[in-house]
Design a protein around this ligand. Structure first.
Ligand SMILES: [Zn+2]
Length: 505
C-alpha cells in the first residue's frame, strides 16, 4: 500500500479576483504536493471557492446577477488563474455544490445528535467583511473592525450555538501531545494563548437568510459561513458520499492556510471534528503574507496588484520560483519587481541556465551530443549525493527555501567544476579522452538530478530543460528514491534548444 498524502488550501471568497497573496498560497501548496508525489506518496490536492459569504451575495446583487451564476463566472476566473500558474489540484470544491451541502447537513446533524448544538440568543458586533462577530475589546479605539476599519453592525437574533467551550481542554491537550499539529511554532503559541483565556460557545446559524446551507432541522436558518466553509475539507474527499475515498485520505496531512485564519482552523475546526467524532488533521500550517513595499496584499484592502499582468510580464514559472526560493514558509515575504529580476538573472539565467547551456554546447562540440560513461567520483558527484539527501530532509520538514538552496549547491559546484577541469583543454589532448568523457557525463548527470529537484517549483521550465538534456520520460513519474541510481546511461544523446532562461532586462 502506497503512503497517502492529502493537502488542502483555504477556499477563497469569490467577491474579488485572485491576486499575488492568494496565488502564493496555491503555488506553494502545489509545490509541496508535487514534491510529495515524487517522494512516492499517493497524493490528493484539494482547492476550492467559498461562495456562501454575504459579500458574495451582495456583489451578485450589485451586478444584478443570480448569485449562483455569479459564482460560476468567478469559478472560471479562479481556475483559469490557477491553470496559468501551473497549480495542478486534483479536485476543486465549491460550497454551493450539492455534494458539499450534503456533507454540511450530515456533519451538522451528527454534532446535533451528539448534543453539542443548542438554541441560544446572540447579540454582538458583526463585521460583514470579516463574516465574524467581534467583542467590544477586540474592536479598535474608534469601535471599528480592526481589519477593515469600518463600523461593525449590531446584530441581535436567536441562533443555533455550537458548544465550543467544552473543547478548550481537549484542544489544549491535543496540541500539547502533537507538537506538529500547529505550525510554525509562533502560530501554535498564539492559539494556546487564546485557548488559555477560555472559549465562548459559537453562534453557527443566521436567521432569515437564504444564501447558505440550510440547518437540517430548522428551515428558517442557514449555517454560519465559516462553519460551512471548513467542512469543505471533508466534502472534498467524500465524507458523505464516498467511503472508500474518505477512508483513504482522511485525516488530512496538511491544511495549508494563511496566518490570519488560524483561529478558525486550529480552534473551531478541530473542536467541530471532535464533536462529530472525526479524527483531527495531522498539521495545520499557517503561512505568512506577501508584502509589496511593506503593504499586505489582501483580498479586502484594495492594494492587490494585478496577478494577470504579473503572469504576462514576469512569467508564471519565474514567479513560482521567486515565491518559493525567496520567502521562508511560515514567515512574511516581500515582493518587488527589482528583486524579482535580480533573483531571476542570478539564479536562473546565470547559474542554472548558464550551466545547462555550457554543458550542452560542450557535449555537442566535443562528442556530437553523445554522453559517454564516467569513471570519476569527485567533488561534483559527492555534492550531488549530499544535496539530494539534504534537499529531501528539508522539504519533508516544509523548509522549502532551504531545500531549494541546497539543490543549488549542485549548480554552483557544476559551474566551478567546468572552470577547474577546463574541458576545452582536455579536448585538445588525446590522452585526456577518458577524463573528458567522465567530466561531461558528470555534468549532464548533475543537471539531470538538479532538474528533477527543481521540478516541483517550475514544472514547465524544468521539463524544457529535461528535453534538452535528452530525456523523454515525464518528470512527474520520477521517484526521489531512484534519483541517484538511475544515472544517465552510456550512449545517451542530448538535444539542441534555445536557452530556457534568457536574461531579463
Ligand atoms: Zn472586518
Amino acid at each position: 500500500m502506497k503512503k497517502t498524502f492529502y493537502i488542502t488550501t483555504a477556499i477563497d471568497y469569490v467577491n474579488g479576483v485572485p491576486h499575488l497573496g492568494t496565488a502564493y498560497e496555491k503555488i506553494t501548496a502545489d509545490i509541496i504536493n508535487r514534491f510529495k508525489k515524487l517522494a512516492g506518496y499517493d497524493t490528493h490536492f484539494l482547492m476550492g471557492n467559498d461562495e456562501h459569504s454575504q459579500n458574495v451575495f451582495k456583489k451578485a446583487q450589485e451586478l444584478n446577477m443570480d448569485p449562483v451564476k455569479y459564482c460560476d463566472m468567478m469559478e472560471e476566473k479562479f481556475t483559469s488563474a490557477w491553470g496559468r500558474l501551473n497549480v495542478k489540484f486534483d479536485d476543486f470544491i465549491r460550497t454551493t455544490a450539492p455534494r458539499h451541502k450534503k456533507t454540511v447537513s450530515a456533519f451538522l446533524q451528527k454534532i446535533y445528535d451528539n448534543g453539542d448544538i443548542f438554541k441560544g440568543y446572540y447579540e454582538g458586533f458583526y463585521c460583514v467583511s470579516c463574516e465574524r462577530f467581534y467583542t467590544e475589546k477586540e474592536l479598535d479605539e474608534n469601535k471599528n473592525c480592526p481589519v477593515h476599519n469600518t463600523k461593525p453592525e449590531w446584530i441581535k437574533e436567536e441562533n443555533w450555538f455550537f458548544r465550543l467551550s467544552k473543547y478548550r481542554d481537549p484542544l489544549l491537550e491535543h496540541i500539547e501531545k502533537n507538537p506538529r499539529f500547529i505550525r510554525p511554532e509562533i502560530r501554535k503559541n498564539e492559539i494556546v494563548n487564546v485557548l488559555k483565556e477560555g472559549l465562548d460557545d459559537l453562534s453557527i446559524s443566521r436567521a432569515g437568510s437564504t444564501w447558505g446551507v440550510q440547518i437540517p432541522w430548522d428551515e428558517n436558518s442557514v449555517t454560519y459561513v465559516w462553519f460551512d466553509a471548513l467542512i469543505n475539507y471533508l466534502s472534498g474527499i467524500g465524507y458523505a458520499n464516498d467511503t472508500e475515498m474518505y477512508e483513504k485520505f482522511w485525516p488530512a496531512n496538511i491544511h495549508y492556510i494563511g496566518k490570519d485564519i488560524t483561529r478558525f482552523h486550529c480552534i473551531y475546526w478541530p473542536a467541530m471534528l471532535m464533536a462529530a467524532g472525526v479524527d483531527l488533521p495531522e498539521t495545520i500550517f499557517g503561512h505568512g503574507f506577501i508584502m509589496q513595499s511593506g503593504a499586505k496584499l489582501s483580498k479586502s484592502s484594495g492594494n492587490a496588484m494585478d496577478l494577470s499582468t504579473m503572469i504576462d510580464e514576469l512569467g508564471a514559472e519565474p514567479l513560482r520560483f521567486y515565491l518559493a526560493s525567496e520567502v521562508t514558509l511560515g514567515q512574511d515575504g516581500d515582493f518587488s519587481v527589482e528583486r524579482f529580476k535580480e533573483v531571476y538573472n542570478s539564479q536562473l539565467a546565470n547559474d542554472y541556465g548558464n550551466l545547462l547551456n555550457r554543458t550542452l554546447t560542450m557535449v555537442d562540440k566535443y562528442h556530437g551530443r553523445v554522453v559517454y560513461k564516467s569513471s570519476l567520483e569527485d567533488e561534483l558527484t559527492k555534492t550531488v549525493t549530499e544535496a539530494v539527501k539534504k534537499y529531501y530532509e528539508l522539504f519533508e520538514d516544509l523548509r522549502m527555501k532551504e531545500a531549494i538552496q541546497e539543490a543549488f549547491r549542485i549548480i554552483t559546484e557544476g559551474n566551478l567544476y567546468i572552470d577547474n577541469n577546463k574541458p576545452w583543454e582536455l579536448a585538445k589532448d588525446e590522452s585526456s579522452k577518458e577524463k573528458l568523457e567522465s567530466v561531461l557525463h558528470n555534468l549532464v548527470d548533475a543537471l539531470r538530478v538538479f532538474t528533477i529537484l527543481l521540478y516541483p517549483v517550475m514544472p514547465e521550465k524544468t521539463s524544457e530543460a529535461w528535453r534538452q538534456l535528452g530525456f523523454h520520460n515525464e518528470l512527474d513519474t520520477i521517484l526521489y528514491e531512484k534519483i541517484l541510481e538511475d544515472k544517465t546511461p552510456e550512449g545517451h544523446t542530448t538535444e539542441k534548444g534555445s536557452p530556457v532562461f534568457p536574461r531579463m532586462e
